[in-house]
Design a protein around this ligand. Structure first.
Ligand SMILES: [Zn+2]
Ligand SMILES: [Zn+2]
Length: 241
């Protein structure tokens, strides 16, 4: 059991960190640019662990997220737990998220959907990555590893929605709140499990800053991964820190 818990936390931590530093900070906010090889590793990981590769997902996600910042927790917010059911939050179709062609023009004029060979393969073989992940973790860690990969395949996209859209806007501290309507929360001042997204209110207050930690007692692990990757030449930090 202990082995299972350790493997689960490790895989979850890597996945959450990739979400935070790649999808959110890099694609969504252009705060950091990763080396193409690193970017491919991230996309491969998202495909293998979560099948996070429907056609045009990158443009959709960024549009959706930028609109979320524009209308945080107001009725026009495409993902607020204060206005939508969990089923709506967990759905990825444009219609339910309220993302229109007009929104794409407004929020993502700089983003093109991924159409390279890797992406076409991921789109076509959407669930093949799950098989690869299960076999890999079984070879590396035996039955506990395979169980972790199976749980990821079955439930972790839903858990990711729960943490990434519900928890960070509904659970935690409000000591950093600057806006009345914005309900984003500091889930915990020291981040680990959500790759830095625990400090979500700070990010809403300063969406251009790559470091989500703003006070002496706060720690943003995602920022430090970006720093390390930039130190070894695998990333370029583009925003203020
Ligand atoms: Zn953001
Ligand atoms: Zn938010």
């Amino acid at each position: 059991m202990l082995e299972f818990i350790i493997i689960f936390i490790a895989v979850w931590h890597i996945t959450a960190t990739i979400f935070s530093i790649y999808i959110h900070r890099s694609l969504g906010h252009n705060q950091v640019k990763f080396h193409p090889a690193v970017e491919h590793v991230f996309r491969f990981w998202l495909w293998a662990t979560l099948a996070f590769n429907w056609p045009g997902w990158n443009r959709h996600w960024v549009c959706h997220h930028r609109k979320h910042h524009r209308y945080s927790d107001q009725t026009q917010d495409p993902h607020s737990p204060h206005h939508q059911t969990f089923k709506q939050l967990n759905n990825t179709t444009n219609e339910l998220h309220g993302v229109t062609e007009e929104d794409f023009k407004t929020y993502t004029p700089d983003i093109n959907p991924f159409t390279d060979r890797a992406e076409r393969f991921y789109n076509k073989q959407k669930f093949l990555g799950f098989h690869f992940h299960i076999v890999l973790l079984f070879v590396l860690f035996g039955i506990p590893g395979a169980c972790v990969a199976i749980i990821f395949a079955l439930w972790c996209r839903t858990i990711a929605t729960f943490t990434g859209k519900y928890v960070i806007h509904a659970v935690g501290f409000r000591y950093a709140q600057q806006s009345e309507s914005d309900q984003s929360r500091i889930v915990f001042p020291i981040s680990f499990l959500l790759g830095g997204e625990e400090l979500h209110t700070n990010h809403h207050n300063n969406p251009t800053a790559i470091n989500f930690a703003h006070r002496w007692f706060e720690f943003d692990i995602g920022y430090w991964y970006c720093k390390i990757l930039s130190t070894v030449g695998l990333a370029t930090i583009l925003s203020r820190q």
